[in-house]
Design a protein around this ligand. Structure first.
Ligand code: UGA
Length: 437
């Protein structure tokens, strides 16, 4: 099929490459010329495992091109909307500027029977409004909402092997022509048994925000338990293992630490609260305010423990922060708890050196005042304390004896509770976890 993918960020670039991998003829459209140039030459404009190899593979077939020209959407049967919906400045709500402008620009190029497929995360009610715009411009065209659940760092495999596909259609019925069209696009995935659910438009939009809210709640729940474990002298990692063995609870997303960040969970729960307020249902989501508050409290708690670790004052302390990305296997630093902690430590008088295998360029753009060092070994030299804040494999693998030989004082704060505390203590380290005795 001939497909347009509008917006070539973390979601769109991966989606475009994966649709070409499924055998379709795809054009990726983005307003950012630099991004289009990079993608056109087979380079990923951000770090995502497997993406660059996939881009090269599908570009060699001639089935994937990138352009800044919206007119290239003309003649394609399906148009995916994959643009970002960031948080509005100074407000909780989502900024729909990019969604609105991409639809406005696409409308003149729609042909009868085209299908517009929304993938961006939007406040419930947006799809119905956009659907009307599509029908007004081209009465025989249609809009379907198909939320995306991919995780950064696993984006390619999540797109090619999703847990489920959700189709929101205006009729809410399986017999909708839009369902048949999207089934054809995803034939390769449906053929391998991927479950597919057909809903109405608002349900499909809500599935996405509900899923991210649930994940955020799970993380804040275990972080609240970490606060209690700290107060009671208990161990939150063992607690998570034990409750996670109950199938109804499950162990995934129960890793206590410095909290969640990134371009999705934090802004999605805030946009969800804002939208609930507009709908007069704000009471239903007041718990998300607490989820957000618990999450933000983690960052101050880490700074507090770092101060304790440094003997009561951060002034003049040389602190090495391992990890800047909001999670491993990503170079994304949007709302990264690791960077936010690093910046607070520096503000409070510490000399902070940040290292990360992939995210330093993005980090330096956001916080130019911090020191950055690509080599972890160099970054660790003469440190008065280490903070492990993003659990990259190379930090998990650190040897406590070799590391002790590099630093000035063997003190470590394990912000992700991933190190074997007894091993580190045996090597002479003062070890602090979060919610661990
Ligand atoms: C999240 C969702 O997991 C995806 O399903 C969704 O499609 C995506 O948002 C989106 O809306 O686009 P992502 O932001 O890539 O994906 O990252 P996650 O893997 O969910 O991690 C989010 C944050 O939670 C990270 O900072 C991570 O370190 C933290 N986290 C995760 C914990 O602190 N503890 C855990 O147990 C798990």
């Amino acid at each position: 099929m001939r497909i347009s993918v509008i917006g070539c960020g973390y979601l769109g670039a991966v989606h475009a490459a994966c649709m070409a991998k499924l055998g379709h003829d795809v054009v990726g459209i983005d307003v950012d010329e630099r991004k289009v140039l990079e993608l056109s030459s087979g380079r990923a404009p951000f770090f995502e495992p497997g993406l660059e190899a996939l881009l090269k593979e599908v570009q060699a077939t001639g089935r994937l091109t990138f352009t800044t020209e919206m007119s290239s959407a003309r003649g394609n049967a399906v148009h995916f909307i994959c643009v970002g919906t960031p948080q509005k400045k100074g407000e909780n709500g989502a900024d729909l500027t990019y969604v609105n402008s991409s639809i406005d620009e696409l409308l003149p190029y729609l042909s009868p029977r085209d299908l517009v497929v929304g993938k961006s995360t939007v406040p419930v009610g947006t799809a119905a409004r956009l659907s009307q715009l599509v029908i007004d411009a081209q009465p025989a065209a249609d809009l379907l909402w198909n939320p995306e659940f991919l995780r950064e760092g696993h984006a390619v495999s999540d797109t090619l092997h999703p847990d489920r596909l959700v189709y929101g259609v205006s009729s809410g019925s399986e017999d909708d022509r839009a369902v048949d069209v999207l089934d054809e696009v995803y034939a390769g995935l449906l053929g391998t048994g991927t479950p597919r659910l057909v809903t109405d438009l608002p349900t499909a939009e809500l599935v996405k925000t509900a899923a991210n809210s649930f994940l955020a709640t799970k993380i804040s729940f275990i972080n609240a338990m970490a606060e209690l474990c700290d107060a009671a002298g208990a161990d939150v990692t063992l607690l998570a293992d034990a409750i996670g063995m109950d199938d109804r609870i499950g162990r995934k997303f129960l890793n206590a630490g410095i909290g969640f960040g990134g371009g999705c969970l934090p802004k999605d729960i805030r946009a969800f609260m804002a939208r609930a307020g507009e709908l007069g249902a704000d009471q239903a989501l007041t718990f998300l305010r607490e989820v957000d508050a618990i999450n933000m409290r983690r960052r101050s708690r880490v700074v507090e423990i770092a101060r304790e670790l440094c003997g009561g004052s951060l002034m003049g302390q040389r602190i090495t922060v391992l990890g800047a990305a909001f999670k491993p296997e990503s170079d994304d630093v949007r709302d990264s708890p690791a960077l936010s902690v690093a910046a607070q430590l520096q503000l409070q008088g510490a000399t902070v050196t940040v290292t990360d295998p992939e995210a330093l360029a993005n980090a330096a753009r956001r916080f130019p005042e911090l020191h950055y060092e690509r080599s972890a070994e160099k970054a660790l030299q003469r440190a008065d304390a280490i903070l492990l804040l993003t659990e990259w494999q190379e930090y998990r693998n650190l040897d406590p004896y070799e590391t002790a030989a590099l630093v000035s004082t063997p003190r470590i704060l394990d912000g992700r509770n991933i190190l074997d505390s007894s091993k580190w203590r045996a090597a002479g380290w003062t070890y602090r976890g979060l919610g661990r005795p």
